[in-house]
Write a protein that binds this ligand. Structure first.
Ligand code: ZN
Ligand code: ZN
Length: 666
């Protein structure tokens, strides 16, 4: 498309920081420009396949169990011999990259991992000039592995002046080095509430991040909680076993200890605590700088993380301690004596580079790609409404102009396997038009017996606001990147002791949380107040993973048929013929928990791609169809994986072609 700038960001999932940097730069470019097309690609993922995941696993286990071995490997990476030897074995990477560059024809290429500059150099060794500018974004600080700059780049973006100085000392031209700050998430530059002074009667809030490599944190946490006015948020990541253990272990401290699982609210969490305790990972240290929150480092992976630790000590915004006693002592001293120690750290943090690293890099890329390739006529801004209307008008009466929708999807906020951003990318790449996230919310009055064991699989009340916040943010990205409407929803689980007293109710397109401890008619009334839809999920007899059937709504149709907007006529692979026989308003959903559930019944709507129109179409239940969706070859197939990245143009075959389609009502 003329005028659209194509920017390719090359990343790798090895270690931490590379992918985070790549994603944040992408978001910043999309934030600044409506006509830039940005793709983040991990070529190690697609070209090396299972070999690559083996390398990654090996990397992680080496780091976890034998940091000294990793030090040896890191030193080896730093020698030119390694690159020479490695280049021989990286021919496949060169081939893949060369293919990618030919297909995508980028106007600008960015790399957040050192191997790519070597590959680019190899590919263009016989040419006078590369057809695109090339920027390497260095994710290490101070101890910069020379593999980053031994192959040429037009520019290097670094996090701070100290790192720039180290590179100049190693022979890199100073005018090629741009000190932009680390590309942390854009959320760090959004306004936020000021923290309460830790010296007043308020609690001293510590965010304790437990990384997979550091299991023995229980005793340290207990000792910290014994200190005066201490409050701890303990982030354990995806480790549910650890979450349960830690919750039990800190139960006696009541509200002063709060254990949380995986979260994408790190920017907010860091900024709402006085101190972070965690490891010296590149992203973590830079995020603390961006948040203005001092950091006590309790783990350093020798090699690249040593530089991060040096940065903390040289700049004086935290401390290093790996022994329990030292950590507790450091925290105590920091808040002692009117919190002077803590204030000193804060003052030094204020001198650091800004939290706008990603935006500064994005601005640089966008202005630089202007210089090199004057763009043609700018395209008018993309309008979803016009586009969908155009489709409707061009091909009247054919099913392909219908909106492909799924209104029943679970994320990691309850018992789903994908996070909300992962769900957006997954459905977006498959070409869906509208989806609704509906995590389980259990009625606390009904959690007895076997069901209480399942309570950890439902959306915790404490995470409700966060859940709505994350969906709100993702709505914008889903629309911008995929032209897909994202809705917030809840599956209200009203489980009784028998199937006839159990019901699951979907609230679709909600604006705000709804309390869990309400009876069904009241819950439905609240959904309607928010202009949402109330939908009976799996209302009839089926094979249920959740446990028993949920027949309460069906058994009490005379009460509920008038107030329920639609009934699931199909849920995943189950079809409920009686819903059709009774001529109830219907939709069909995946009840998605993991990627393989995408192969299931879906709703097709013939209406405008717009929230109110979609809901009205379901309510009136005219031009509603259901289809069994086949994922076909897009995922789980390495060749396909690359193609999906580029969107519709290269999706072969189209996910909508050749689908068996069953029009129930027209
Ligand atoms: Zn359910
Ligand atoms: Zn469900």
């Amino acid at each position: 498309m003329a005028g659209m700038k194509k920017i390719l960001i090359l990343s790798a999932g090895f270690g931490e920081g590379h992918n985070a940097a790549a994603r944040n730069i992408r978001d910043a470019i999309q934030h600044l420009s409506i006509d830039a097309r940005v793709e983040v690609v991990d070529l190690f993922e697609s070209s090396y396949g299972s070999v690559n995941s083996f390398i990654k696993k090996a990397h992680l286990s080496v780091v976890r169990y034998a940091p000294l071995v990793w030090r040896g490997i890191y030193a080896m990476l730093d020698s030119s011999e390694w690159v020479n030897r490695n280049l021989g074995t990286m021919n496949r990477l060169n081939d893949e990259l060369s293919n990618l560059l030919q297909q995508f024809q980028p106007d600008y290429v960015v790399s957040t991992y050192p191997a790519y500059s070597h590959a680019v150099q190899q590919i263009y060794r016989d040419h006078k000039e590369r057809p695109f500018p090339f920027l390497t974004v260095i994710t290490d600080s101070i101890s910069v592995n020379s593999a980053w700059f031994r192959a040429s780049s037009d520019y290097f973006a670094v996090a701070n002046q100290l790192t720039a100085d180290v590179m100049v000392a190693k022979g890199v031209e100073r005018n090629k080095i741009k000190v932009f700050g680390f590309p942390v998430s854009l959320e760090f530059s959004e306004p936020h509430e000021a923290l309460e002074d830790p010296n007043t009667a308020h609690l001293r809030k510590i965010l304790y991040i437990i990384h997979s490599g550091k299991k023995k944190s229980g005793k340290t946490i207990e000792e910290l909680l014994e200190l005066p006015r201490m409050s701890l948020t303990i982030a354990v990541g995806k480790d549910t076993e650890m979450k349960h253990k830690m919750t039990a272990r800190t139960a006696e401290y009541g509200k002063r200890a709060h254990v949380i699982g995986w979260t994408n609210e790190m920017p907010h969490l860091m900024r709402s605590h006085h101190l972070v305790i965690g490891k010296a990972g590149g992203a973590t240290v830079q995020e603390c700088i961006a948040a203005g929150t001092p950091l006590i480092v309790n783990q350093i992976i020798p090699g690249q993380e040593e530089g991060n630790a040096t940065l903390i000590e040289k700049c004086g915004f935290g401390a290093i301690a790996d022994k329990r006693k030292e950590i507790v002592q450091l925290v105590e001293t920091a808040f002692d004596n009117k919190a002077q120690g803590w204030r000193h750290w804060k003052k030094n943090l204020a001198k650091q580079e800004s939290s706008r690293g990603a935006l500064r890099i994005a601005e640089f890329i966008l202005s630089h790609s202007d210089e090199t390739r004057p763009s043609a006529e700018p395209e008018p801004p993309f309008s979803i409404r016009e586009k969908s209307m155009e489709r409707v008008l061009q091909t009247p009466g054919t099913p392909t102009n219908m909106l492909l929708c799924d209104f029943h999807i679970h994320s990691t906020y309850s018992d789903g396997k994908l996070s909300i951003p992962e769900i957006v990318d997954f459905y977006g790449q498959l070409g869906f038009d509208c989806i609704c996230i509906t995590d389980h919310l259990a009625d606390p009055r009904r959690l007895y017996g076997k069901l209480s064991a399942l309570s950890s699989l439902t959306l915790p009340l404490s995470e409700m606001d966060e859940y709505f916040g994350v969906i709100e943010r993702e709505k914008k990205r889903a629309l911008r990147k995929y032209g897909m409407i994202l809705m917030a929803g809840i599956e209200f689980n009203k489980d009784g002791l028998t199937k006839k007293s159990s019901a699951h109710l979907l609230g679709i397109d909600l604006e705000a949380p709804i309390a869990p401890a309400m009876d069904l008619p009241e819950t439905i009334a609240h959904i309607h107040t928010q202009k949402g839809l109330a939908v009976a999920s799996h209302p009839h007899v089926m094979k249920s993973e959740w446990g028993k059937n949920t027949l309460y709504l069906w058994e009490n149709q005379e009460i509920f048929a008038p107030i329920i907007d639609a009934w699931e006529i199909a849920n995943r692979n189950n079809i409920f013929t009686p819903v059709g026989l009774k001529q109830l308003r219907f939709i069909a959903n995946s009840d998605f928990h993991k990627p393989k559930h995408i192969n299931s019944w879906k709703t097709l709507l013939q209406c405008e791609k717009e929230n109110a129109a979609i809901k009205e179409c379901i309510q009136i239940n005219k031009n509603v169809a259901i289809t069994f969706f086949h994922e076909q070859s897009h995922f789980g197939n390495r060749d396909g994986a690359n193609k999906v990245i580029f969107g519709d143009a290269l999706l072969t075959p189209s996910p909508r072609n050749g689908l068996p389609m069953k029009l129930i009502q027209a």
